[in-house]
Ligand binder design. Sequence first.
Ligand SMILES: *Cc1c(COP(=O)(O)O)cnc(C)c1O
Length: 339
Amino acid sequence: MIIDLRSDTVTIPTTEMKEAMFNAKVGDDVFEDDETVNNLEALGATLFGKEAAIYCPSGTMTNQIAIKLNTNSPGEIICDELSHVYKYEGGGIGFNSGLASKLLKGNNGRLTAAQIEAAINPDDVHFPETQLVSLENTCNKGGGTIYELEEIKKIKRLCADKNLKLHLDGARVFNAIVEADYSAKDIGAVFDTISVCLSKGLGAPVGSLLLGTTTDIKKARRIRKLFGGGMRQAGYIAAAGIYGLENNIERLKEDHHKAKELGSTLEGLSYVKKVLPVFTNIVVFEVVDAIDYTTIITKLEKKNLRCVAFGPQQIRLVTHLNYTDDMHVEAINILNSLS
Ligand SMILES: *Cc1c(COP(=O)(O)O)cnc(C)c1O
């Protein structure tokens, strides 16, 4: 038994999901003729109370399309220094949208309205015009941290006041929603555009949705084509997204529960210096200085527990829907066995 906790993107579609894919009614989605894609887009938009949605191959593409449609080069985007849009999208902010990035140091990936306000450029020819704020919820590199709705609302008021657009990288927004005291509609009400991954916790093999106004999504369709992301009979994969949205949201709590248990197991172990607080499905721990953390990764790998290096001396484990109860018992044994 191989226990793969490298990411929540490693999931393989279940039999039920594959059946939904097999039975999908499809058409040419570039002509907007694929009824399964159309249904997925309508379902996503309705869930968040947005007017429209567009289905794309990846979360990188939905983020990059959103950044482009919300701005006009030259200009500047404000985001946390840990954010995926900046760190893990290949420099797309500069390349695709011609923007400068102002990176702020938040609280494990989370920014405050006060911090953002202080970072907005004055109306002065020397500075790029601040045009967009991008938040990430949950924040991957922050260890799965969750935003408070009150802070997001403050940020929204600031953006409205300063004429800035507000984007959410919601790759794992459902992990936040099932833990926090707010709904998808609360999130939909504050952001101009929202990117949601179907291929993370929801278990679909591919795909992300970008949500926004009808006008924004019309623009997004043009940019998706420009980026080479127009797909044809995409209903076969979109069906997996519908299945994920309809069946796999509430169960994310199980992933969070298991992640917390992994966190508390690690707390007591001799090779562990520190475990970062576990908020959702991401567990990050630091290995003691005396041991090179890559040797721990290799030892775990040899016992069939897979995880990834996350930073200096840091290792990340991510729980997901293919991580069964049996695997969980075994993973705890393996972690204990190295101590
Ligand atoms: C995974 C992820 C994305 C999108 O990644 P793709 O692999 O391009 O789908 C975006 N933001 C965050 C925070 C992510 O974890």
